[in-house]
Design a protein around this ligand. Structure first.
Ligand code: GCU
Length: 343
């Protein structure tokens, strides 16, 4: 963390701790009667998620602006995903955007998204995730932990990138690759033959730069928005995962909203997803061009089937170990099959 970032985090944490202690009315009185709603995320201010959250903010403030002010904290300013989830859990902040890997410790149904090659196409992925009615049953799963998911954001397809070129699964052998902080992510990278190195997203750039790790795995935006393309020059399209990000809200806050207010927050969340997805498509294309032309990153097309074969037993192993993922897995397979049949 940079000095400035540390200072911001310390000042904000002190303020947030005060809010948690004095309760909402205390905070509201500090802010001219408005309830400040804080959202934390890990991306930059030009990232599709930030832009989607701006739409969330605008929609709510247009309708409930006399009562709520939405404040968005980007760049892990309030801490990495795990810390920000804890803050959301306690109600020190109200929302956080985090990938499902970070939710596995709270509800192990989310492990399903860490399975390599779970979705057979982007269409399947989008259809499953946009089926809000079905996904509600999954979103409820963290109620006991004190928070729940309101909507999802597209985070593209994840592939490996490193300081050296990866053409085949054998090239991964022994490479220290950063993964998200979840047991399933660790297992996945190890199954590919790499040496999994879990750490928070904000630490990845320096870890690659200093040679603590050889590379990581993510979507193309990590190269540009998070500047990883400055330190890792080879991106291999092995496309092992589509892992969604989730907008997660403190349950007490959500349940404290009136029915009308809740409907507005929910509509705002769905609108933010629509916007985010549009920005995503534009920016993913752009990111590839910028990484290639301005950062000198080489994009490598690989034999994806060889990578699939390398981890072909992982799905069944995960199903055997965790029965909670079976239902959602079957549902996803049904959609996969339908899309394959429709051609
Ligand atoms: C993506 C994703 C983030 C996630 C990150 C990671 O950028 O959008 O939510 O934290 O990958 O690999 O940690």
């Amino acid at each position: 963390m940079s000095g400035l970032k540390k200072l911001c985090a310390a000042l904000l944490s002190a303020g947030l701790a005060l809010c948690a202690v004095c309760g909402l009315s205390g905070c509201a009185s500090l802010t001219g009667g408005k309830r400040i709603v804080r959202i934390s995320h890990a991306q930059s201010e030009t990232h599709p998620e930030h832009l989607g959250l701006l739409a969330f903010k605008e929609y709510i403030e247009e309708r409930l602006g006399d009562k709520y002010e939405i404040q968005i904290y980007p760049n892990e300013l309030l801490g990495g995903a795990q810390r920000a989830i804890e803050l959301t859990q306690t109600g020190a902040i109200d929302f956080v955007v985090a990938g499902t890997a970070n939710l596995e410790n709270f509800a192990d149904v989310y492990e399903v998204f860490s399975m390599p090659y779970l979705f057979t196409s982007e269409e399947t992925y989008h259809e499953v995730m946009n089926d809000t009615e079905y996904m509600e049953s999954v979103y409820e799963s963290t109620n006991e932990a004190g928070f729940r998911v309101l909507t999802w954001y597209n985070a593209g397809t994840r592939s490996f990138y490193a300081k050296k070129a990866i053409h085949t699964p054998d090239d991964l052998k022994g490479l220290k690759m950063r993964v998200q902080q979840s047991p399933a992510s660790v297992n996945m990278a190890n199954a590919f033959g790499a040496a999994a190195s879990p750490m928070s997203f904000g630490e990845v750039y320096t870890a690659i730069q200093q040679g603590v790790i050889d590379g990581a795995e993510n979507n193309e935006l990590a190269l540009t928005n998070n500047k990883h393309g400055e330190v890792a020059k080879y991106y291999s399209y092995n496309m092992h995962q589509m892992v969604p990000d989730m907008l997660i809200g403190n349950l007490r806050f959500l349940e404290g909203l009136s029915e009308e207010e809740y409907a507005i927050f929910r509509d705002a969340a769905l609108l933010s997803t629509e916007q985010e997805m549009q920005f995503w498509d534009e920016q993913a294309e752009e990111a590839k061009a910028i990484a290639q032309d301005q950062m000198g990153v080489e994009f490598i097309e690989v034999d994806v089937q060889a990578f699939k074969d390398k981890v072909s037993s992982v799905q069944q192993e995960m199903l055997d170990e965790n029965p909670h993922i079976q239902k959602l897995y079957d549902h996803i397979q049904e959609v996969n099959t339908r899309h394959t049949q429709e051609g």
